[in-house]
Design a protein around this ligand. Structure first.
Ligand SMILES: C[S@@+](CC[C@H](N)C(=O)[O-])C[C@H]1O[C@@H](n2cnc3c(N)ncnc32)[C@H](O)[C@@H]1O
Length: 381
């Protein structure tokens, strides 16, 4: 029998496995992902998505929070595990006063909201509901690739697709062959690996979407706690897909840390990393709205979520960054204070900010030589 304990996150009270270590539990629950769920709930609120699919739901916490904390009226929770299915039903019953209709492999809760709990392969549930959902959430173990085609078919033509990838070792080049296989892209090692990994993930989703004549606008893409998360607003039409494809390209980096990137369908230089997305990682108004809503929302991890959203809001959105530690190491220099280097670059008229990818890094439009000179400035030493 599954040993359970109660936990609270946002407005939800959830029964979760009492196992000491998360990977020992028979149904998966990771409290560290509260920030991921907080941002997703705020996103669904902003997007006013009516029909939402939590395709890989485990305890049901994510879908239950969508149902409790957003105006969405039709919320689907699905998991292939029977134990998860039973727990999802228990958790819906604990949070809502809705009438259940039990069927084989699904239970429908009817009332003010409609909550549909199913026990199927996510690919099957998505195939059965072609272009049905305003918002599809893929939050798998590891890579989302096996669910991507079905998700792009299940989401409406102007809907939003949210994807988590926890296989950062693959996307960041620790397992190069796996990255080639799964993401059809050449990863990079070193200080740029996390941003490149995020952009490889975006790149492959955008290429998959293009097959269906769907373009995509990035509402938000970030890296946190060893996972990647993206929110893509789909745009219907071949031209929109062409436009998205034109924002793919390649990254090169020299030994001294200088990097270059260029938009192209095929790489033109040796030692190129990609293909990867070279467009924006956020829609500034969307992130500002997330920040604003987060001030009064019932979050699972208030402090962490608000702080992180603030960093995202302030971040200068340009491809890649200079990590002061890596740059100093690569060029035999002493490490300077990030705040001071930003001040120097701004003093010279360049935009420069911190980045969520690393506490020691700077995003800037300043050329490499200027950044290196700023790093060498005597005031820093
Ligand atoms: C990382 S957990 C989901 C966590 C959950 N979204 C949350 O926020 O707590 C991934 C879940 O996917 C389920 N799963 C794995 N393969 C599946 C498939 N093909 N179809 C449906 N569910 C699947 C697993 O049983 C597991 O519960």
């Amino acid at each position: 029998m599954l040993m359970l304990k109660e936990t609270k996150e946002g407005k939800a009270r959830i029964l979760v496995p009492a196992a000491e270590r998360i990977y020992d539990a028979e149904v998966f629950y990771n409290p560290v992902m509260a920030l991921n769920r907080d941002i997703s709930v705020l996103a669904v609120r902003i997007l006013e998505a009516n029909s939402v699919l939590d395709a890989l739901s485990a305890t049901g916490i994510r879908g239950i929070r969508y149902a409790l904390e957003t105006p969405s009226e039709e919320i689907w929770l699905n998991d292939i595990s029977e134990k998860a299915f039973k727990l999802m039903i228990k958790n819906v019953e604990a949070n809502f006063n809705l009438r259940p209709i039990h069927m084989e492999k699904s239970t429908i809760f009817e009332g003010e909201k409609r909550i549909i709990v199913t026990n199927k392969d996510a690919n099957l549930i998505m195939a059965e509901n072609f272009r049905h959902f305003d918002f599809v959430d893929l939050d798998p173990f590891g890579s989302p690739m096996e669910f991507l085609d079905s998700a792009l078919r299940a989401v409406k033509r102007h809907g939003v697709l949210a994807v988590t990838a926890t296989d950062t070792g693959v996307l960041c080049g620790a397992y190069r062959n796996a990255c080639l296989r799964k993401y059809l892209a050449e990863p990079i090692r070193g200080e740029l690996c996390h941003e490149a990994g995020l952009r490889i993930l975006l790149g492959v989703v955008i290429r998959y979407a293009a097959k269906y004549d769907l373009g995509a606008e990035v509402l938000l893409a970030y890296y946190k706690d060893h996972y990647f998360r993206i929110f893509l607003k789909l745009k219907s039409g071949a031209r929109k897909a062409d436009h998205s494809i034109k924002q793919l390209g390649y990254l090169q980096q020299e030994k001294n840390g200088k990097f270059e990137y260029s938009r192209a369908f095929l790489p033109s230089k040796k030692e190129s990393h990609g293909p990867l997305w070279l467009g924006p990682l956020k829609d500034q108004r969307f992130v500002e709205e997330l920040c604003k809503l987060s001030r009064n929302a019932p979050l699972g991890d208030e402090k962490k979520t608000r702080k992180f959203l603030n960093i995202l809001m302030e971040e200068f959105d340009t491809p890649f960054f200079y990590d002061t530690h890596a740059l100093a190491r690569r060029n035999g220099l002493k490490v300077g204070r990030v705040a001071k280097i930003i001040e120097i670059l701004e003093g010279k008229g360049y935009r420069a900010t911190r980045t969520h990818f690393s506490p020691t890094a700077i995003k800037t439009e300043a050329p490499f030589d200027v950044v290196l000179r700023a790093l060498k400035a005597p005031t820093l030493i």
